[in-house]
Design a protein around this ligand. Structure first.
Ligand code: ADP
Ligand code: ASP
Ligand code: MG
Length: 814
């Protein structure tokens, strides 16, 4: 004999019920009990209707009409006209009875748990009737048996307990004597010893089916639902979740206890002792293998088998010096909760016995608080116990697996994964069986926590990085293009999944929860909302994605002033904007500190030498114990370009213009020409070498006449260069006469830094520096005579974008 249970979605409408019929027909010849739920959503509707009626809100009538409409419509779609009237009249008569009950509740303005059980049973009573009539009309020979005649409970309405002995006797009597191969049974419903309607709890049709399976010693219990089995996490929240082919009873029980709704938690108990396998199958993909739940331990030796969560949790803590060493406090605490029928989802107790903390459902919080305050009234008044504290709107997230106990380090991995993503942990518990580790977190962090834990424990391989890109000009657009081109390589080779979730320029900003299509981000951005850097931050925080990275491709001061806010929200920052790192030392230091504190990298490799690995090399030298003695460098790609191209056949104006057009200068070219850009770079290198330095302390031998620097627009600036052409020519001639080349050199030694134009003779390392290249010489304790030299293209959108890209990849490997 087989038990098949079809859940709410599987029987939600005529179309789905026809799929169920196909599944039954495939089992033709097998003796079966088929348990059905109410049509999807009807139980909720019944409960809200009763609630409205009991509050004397006439809107309950509209709800009742909806319930009626759902059933009548399904009948009309399932049956030919000639069969409809008999079925419609029976259903209408049941609905009339329901209406009378609701009217009663409306008139007295009250609802009792007893009435609740009666009303909510209508969902299954109606569905089982309609479905069985339909199957009959399709030629399936069957009997409809009322679940109330089989499953017997006590009289605790709303929370009844099954009397297994009586129930099993009833079931055996029925199933051994019935001549029918197929019996349809409404799930969820039961009755008390004296025949009053009771129910088995929300999701209880699974339980009905398990009880029948145990009673009849069925060969299998099949739970047919809307997903293809039990997944590594709720597939509706974690896209990467995978179906688990085989799982043990205990694992399934833990997962469902912690919220894997696919199986109602009490379901496993009755079948576990009789070792009846449960198979979870998908009504909408019946050929999928599904999940088999048996006694066998999972064979593959996997440690974590699934992650689940329960929302709407309140933490209730009992705390105080008077609890230490006094026996019986916990007993009274739990007895009080039990008396109030508050079920405890999780318990933690500090080993000092100073506090007990339990996780309960939000809906029980108020009554639990009142009851505990009352029970410990005396201790609270005499300050032995503190006022009870509660914290609501939390969630429990749990890792589950039979083999977890034999593995160290899982909780460390769990908590560091959550910590890295700024998920604050309010409480922790580990089941005595060591089959679960659970943590209480904020409700709004659930999706992020599930996904990031899933990534850590099940996708070891692929890490998702969520990028928010500010600035899509020269550098930004090249950066987006590089991501587009490299996306599949990164996924396959580096196991990184880069998604651009948000972009902004100075006019508009746009977001896409699943990643902006990089083939036409321009259109996407054009259609976005008005740009606002504060709201950009807000949106990133609200999305609350794991591994979020803010990428700053601007040269903007306001944007740079927001880095601290990002880092404090555990959002990493990658920037080519030099303003933050060259601002006051205290700000630079603070950002570095926040990055450490919040585990959110702050990377700015492109601040010096564009894509050249200068800062990274410097970091490695220092980390390995080396010390910087001197730095000498040509750090301005734009100035190098200018002085390499400027001679007596060109004009200074034209060469600077060309540098700007080719993307080698800052948006404001005076930043380069004045030497400020070089000052910033040497300042950052000095700081990264461990020196506390301010920009004002750097000596700058500027070569531009002050008038050029005091201009108010790029246009004015370029005009001023024409005026001073003869000065520039003189600089060139003086150097040329000595067979020297002009280079703008930065130097840092003995704690001081200077920058300025120098005449470089033949044979010097800087002499033959081409185009817009940079060169840097690190003299260190280890590289004392021959410096370590890094040389290469030091400006340009392409190399800068690739430097930013490299920083993002560094974070991926972090
Ligand atoms: P039914 O109405 O068939 O009883 P439920 O809605 O009660 O179906 O249970 C199925 C749902 O359980 C799925 O749609 C899914 O959203 C949810 N669920 C939660 N956790 C898991 C999990 N680990 N694996 C599969 N489904 C899960
Ligand atoms: N109809 C009930 C509910 O929605 C029982 C079930 O579907 O399992 O809770
Ligand atoms: Mg269910």
């Amino acid at each position: 004999m087989k038990i098949l249970k079809f859940g709410g979605t599987s029987v939600a409408n005529a179309e789905n019920i026809k799929l169920v019929k196909n599944i039954l027909q495939k089992n033709e010849g097998t003796k079966m009990a088929v348990v059905v739920s109410a049509f999807g959503g009807v139980t909720d509707l019944l409960l809200s209707t009763l609630n409205l009626a009991s509050q004397q809100d006439l809107n309950y009538e509209n709800n009742l009409n909806k319930i009626e409409e759902r059933h009548l419509q399904t009948i009309k779609e399932l049956f030919p006209v000639e069969l409809q009237s008999g079925i419609l009249s029976k259903v209408k008569s049941e609905l009339n009875d329901l209406e009378t009950l609701l009217e009663g509740s409306y008139l007295i303005g009250e609802v009792t748990p007893k009435l609740g059980d009666k009303v909510v049973s209508y969902g299954e009573i109606l569905s089982s009737f309609i479905i069985s009539e339909f199957f009959k009309s399709e030629g399936i020979e069957l009997e409809l048996k009322n679940g109330r005649e089989l499953i017997i409970t006590d009289e605790v309405f709303g929370n009844a307990t099954v009397d297994f002995e009586l129930t099993y006797t009833h079931c055996n009597n029925y199933f051994t004597n019935t001549p029918h191969k197929v019996t349809i049974i409404p799930g969820f419903v039961s009755s008390s010893y004296s025949g009053k309607p009771t129910t088995l709890g929300r999701g209880g049709s699974d339980y009905s089916a398990a009880i029948l399976a145990a009673a009849t010693k069925a060969e299998v219990l099949e739970i047919w639902t809307d997903v293809s089995g039990m997944y590594t996490a709720n597939p509706k929240l974690v896209k990467q979740a995978k179906c688990v082919a085989h799982i043990s009873y205990e694992e399934a029980m833990e997962l469902s206890h912690f919220g894997a709704k696919v199986l109602y938690p009490p379901t496993i108990q009755p079948v576990l002792h009789k070792e009846i396998p449960i198979i979870i199958k998908n009504t909408f993909a019946p050929d999928d293998e599904g999940t088999t739940i048996t006694k066998n331990k999972n064979g593959s030796g996997k440690t974590v088998r699934g992650i689940s969560h329960v929302s709407e949790i309140t933490l209730l803590s009992l705390e105080g010096p008077g609890m230490v060493g006094i026996p019986g406090i916990s007993k009274r605490f739990f007895e009080t909760l039990s008396h109030e029928q508050v079920s405890v989802v999780m318990i933690t107790q500090a080993s000092s016995e100073h506090s007990i903390c339990v996780g309960i459902s939000d809906k029980d919080a108020k009554k639990a608080l009142l009851a505990i305050n009352k029970a410990f009234e005396y201790e609270i008044a005499s300050n032995k116990i503190k006022e009870i504290s509660i914290e609501s709107e939390l969630a429990i997230i749990a890792l589950v697996g039979d083999n977890m106990k034999s593995h160290q380090g899982l909780s460390g991995k769990m908590f560091s994964t959550l910590g890295k993503n700024n998920v604050n942990i309010r409480a922790i518990a580990q089941g005595a069986s060591e089959r679960n580790i659970s943590a209480v977190i904020r409700k709004e962090d659930v999706k992020k926590a599930l996904n990031t834990l899933h990534e850590t424990f099940f996708e070891e391989n692929i890490k998702q990085l969520n990028l928010f890109v500010m600035g899509v000009g020269n550098v930004g657009s090249k950066f987006l293009e590089q991501i587009r081109l490299q996306k599949s390589y990164l996924k396959e080779e580096l196991k990184l999944n880069l998604r651009v979730i948000g972009i902004s320029n100075s006019r508009t900003m746009a977001f896409h929860e699943n990643g902006i299509p990089l083939e036409n981000w321009q259109n996407f951005l054009d259609e976005g909302q008005k740009a606002n850097s504060e709201r950009f931050i807000q949106a990133i925080k609200e999305l609350n994605y794991r591994n979020s990275i803010f990428v700053d491709n601007t040269a903007n001061k306001t944007i740079a002033s927001h880095y601290a806010t990002y880092l404090k929200s555990s959002i990493s920052v990658v920037t080519c904007n030099k303003i933050a790192c060259s601002s006051e030392y205290s700000n630079y230091k603070e950002l570095k500190k926040l990055a450490k504190q919040y585990n959110s990298p702050f990377l700015f490799e492109t601040n010096v030498g564009a894509g050249l690995p200068i800062i990274d090399t410097l970091k490695h030298l220092i980390a390995s114990g080396d010390k910087i003695i001197k730095i000498q460098a040509v750090l301005s790609g734009s100035l190098n370009f200018v002085f390499n191209n400027f001679n007596d056949t060109t004009t200074f104006h034209d060469v600077v213009k060309q540098a700007q057009e080719e993307g080698y200068t800052e948006p404001d070219p005076t930043i380069d020409l004045s030497g400020i850009d070089v000052m910033r770079k040497i300042l950052i290198l000095a700081r990264e070498s461990g020196h506390e330095l301010e920009i004002e302390a750097i000596k700058n031998d500027a070569f531009l006449p002050p008038e050029c620097l005091e201009t108010n627009s790029n246009e004015q600036f370029f005009d001023s260069l024409i005026k001073y052409e003869s000065d520039f020519q003189r600089l060139y001639q003086n150097a040329a006469k000595k067979e020297c080349k002009l280079k703008y050199v930065a130097q840092f030694e003995n704690g001081t830094a200077k920058v300025g134009l120098q005449e470089i003779p033949k044979g010097h390392d800087f002499y033959s520096l081409e185009g817009s290249d940079n060169i840097i010489l690190f003299y260190t304790e280890r590289y004392i005579n021959q410096p370590m030299i890094i040389k290469g293209a030091g400006a340009g959108a392409d190399v800068t974008a690739s430097g930013i890209f490299a920083d993002v990849v560094r974070i991926g490997n972090f």
